[in-house]
Design a protein around this ligand. Structure first.
Ligand code: SF4
Length: 366
């Protein structure tokens, strides 16, 4: 299934060198957690996230000193678009826009009087940058809470749309909408409501999702369920962990849906059982650790299976694969066995075969 083909038609906006929405690929974001005043630590963390596959990164901007860091990062030629995360302060948002931020994240409802929201919208328009309207269940405004009695999906969606309307009042439509909740179902439902009600691109995420393990699962369920319905233009997996982990999990969600254009292979590996003939778990880990060495002519489906009894058959639709034998692996191509490989050469051989793969190839077949 091509989930890109069923994506909701959203408008396309630009965040620095990256496009979000429209026909742009779904992007992966993260947020730095270093001291906003420590330029070097911030720069290092951003480049680490970039190396892991981050497309856009957000920085907390709690004060003017942090705006200075943002300015220095832009001056340094940092490789990722930077999103300035601002709470309550219109003046900080304006300063961040002037300092070179590629997007401003605010909750217009907590910026203050309408003229302050207008001032932020004007500054962003002048800088040519979008605003991300962020609403989450922990900071839902009092009006919606009173109306709905709780931060329900309907309340979150209504709050987001009200904030959007606040910007539209000042003719500002360069908007991304993010509605987050730590409740997976509520977050998904709120996004579905907003997806129906407008065509702004949507930033998906489960907030306060938890540790790497549980947070990844929650995010995969919430974000994944929306992407399966064609909803979502960019995402962040929020984890109590290093931003690099967030990026890896975000890319993994996209890869699981075949939406990660950076992924050169789709790996299929069996769960192992009593028939497993090779030490499959470290073998798969070793292969995964070397995916940066893979440069196939097109995205390939690659199988690493534990036995030859069922392996090639179970992975018949894989372009290439290995089925474990005693002390060896059987290399197969679309279900047909090609040759035997010593166990200690399996990963190296698979990498070579992937990099030399040709669709019409018969060379190497025996
Ligand atoms: S491929 Fe073989 S080893 Fe792996 S789960 Fe299936 S039967 Fe078991």
């Amino acid at each position: 299934m091509d989930y890109n083909a069923i994506r909701r038609k959203s408008r396309k906006i630009r965040v620095g060198k990256i496009f979000v929405g429209g026909d742009a690929p779904v992007t992966v974001q993260s947020m730095t957690n270093t001291d906003p005043c420590d330029f070097e630590a911030m720069r290092r963390q951003i480049e680490e996230a970039a190396a892991a596959g981050c497309d856009i990164i957000r920085l907390a901007i709690p004060d003017r000193e942090a705006v200075g860091t943002l300015y220095r990062l832009k001056e340094s030629g940092i490789s990722l678009p930077l999103v300035a995360d601002i709470h309550f302060s219109a003046s900080l948002a304006i300063l961040a826009a002037e300092a070179g931020a590629d997007k401003i994240r605010i909750n217009p409802g907590n910026i203050g009087e309408p003229d302050r929201v207008k001032a932020v919208a004007d500054a962003c328009r002048k800088a040519g940058i979008p605003i991300r309207v962020g609403v989450n269940s922990g900071s839902l405004d009092k009006k919606q809470l009173a109306l709905y009695g709780a931060p329900t999906a309907e309340a979150l969606a209504a709050s987001a749309l009200e904030n959007v309307a606040l910007l539209e009042r000042y003719d500002f439509e360069d908007i991304v909408v993010a509605i987050k909740s730590s409740d997976v179902g509520r977050m998904a439902e709120a996004n579905r409501i907003v997806a129906e009600a407008c065509d702004y691109p949507l930033h998906l995420g489960v907030t306060e999702a938890g540790s790497e393990q549980i947070g990844s699962v929650k995010s995969a369920v919430g974000i994944g369920s929306l992407l399966l319905s064609g909803i979502g233009d960019t995402l962040r997996v929020s984890l109590t962990a290093d931003p690099v982990r967030e990026v890896e999990k975000g890319r993994a969600i996209l890869a699981a849906l075949g939406m990660d254009r950076r992924a050169s292979v789709e790996l299929v590996s069996c769960p192992t059982c009593g028939r497993t003939k090779v030490d499959l778990i470290p073998l798969v880990e070793a292969f995964e650790a070397r995916t940066n060495e893979l440069h196939p002519v097109r995205r390939l489906k690659v199988a690493i299976m534990g036995c030859a009894v069922n392996g090639p058959g179970e992975a018949r639709d894989a372009d290439l694969g290995i089925a474990g034998g005693v002390g060896e692996g059987l290399l197969f191509r679309r279900g047909r066995i090609i040759r035997k490989i010593p166990e200690d050469r399996i990963v190296d051989t698979l990498i070579d075969e992937i990099n030399n793969f040709r669709d019409d190839e018969s060379a190497g077949d025996e």
